[in-house]
Design a protein. Structure first.
Length: 177
């Protein structure tokens, strides 16, 4: 097979059916789905195989807003933290956000087995014991204690609550994408 034909075969294998061309590349680089994993005795979790390529060699584990942990790629962490660093230090909420975000953030290398270390203080914050739920949320993924994740799932199943809480979000319709 010629080089040009091999390239098109590779592109077709990666193609996401029905996705607009500009969206295809973004969808391939998103953290999607949920996984149930164990936390080992050293406090490491195995990153789901489909997440490893996007994550690369390092990650940033950050205290989340909902008694969970958020795992960012290096680029995602730097982009989000840049926004926080641009906040005004004279604003008390900005200072609190800086304290929350940066004091609850730890870099973590991805080892050869695809694991990341969750520091003890972050495990305690999120109530992580031996089992965890890893949830893809687009540009990052979250780590939950199973009981806390079940509470989130119950809330997400409430259609009326979802309609109320999401009605003010500026999400374009499928036709606008």
């Amino acid at each position: 097979m010629g080089e040009g034909v091999e390239l098109w075969v590779k592109v077709e294998r990666l193609r996401i059916r029905g996705a607009p061309l500009g969206l295809k590349g973004r969808l391939e680089h998103m953290f999607l789905g949920r996984f149930y994993h164990s936390l080992d005795e050293k406090g490491r979790i195995t990153v789901p195989a489909r997440y490893r390529e996007e994550l690369g060699d390092s990650a940033f584990v950050v205290q989340g807003f909902d008694r969970n942990l958020v795992v960012y790629t290096a680029g995602g962490f730097h982009a989000f933290s840049a926004g926080i660093r641009q906040t005004r230090m004279i604003d008390a909420n900005a200072r609190a956000m800086r304290r929350l975000f940066f004091s609850g953030a730890e870099p973590s290398d991805v080892d050869k087995a695809g694991r990341i270390l969750i520091p003890q203080y972050l495990r305690e914050f999120a109530g992580l014991d031996s089992e965890v739920v890893i949830v893809g949320v687009g540009e990052q993924f979250e780590i939950w204690a199973p009981d806390e994740w079940r509470k989130q799932e119950e809330q997400l199943k409430d259609a009326e609550l979802n309609a109320q809480r999401f009605s003010n979000l500026d999400i374009p319709s499928q036709a606008e994408v």
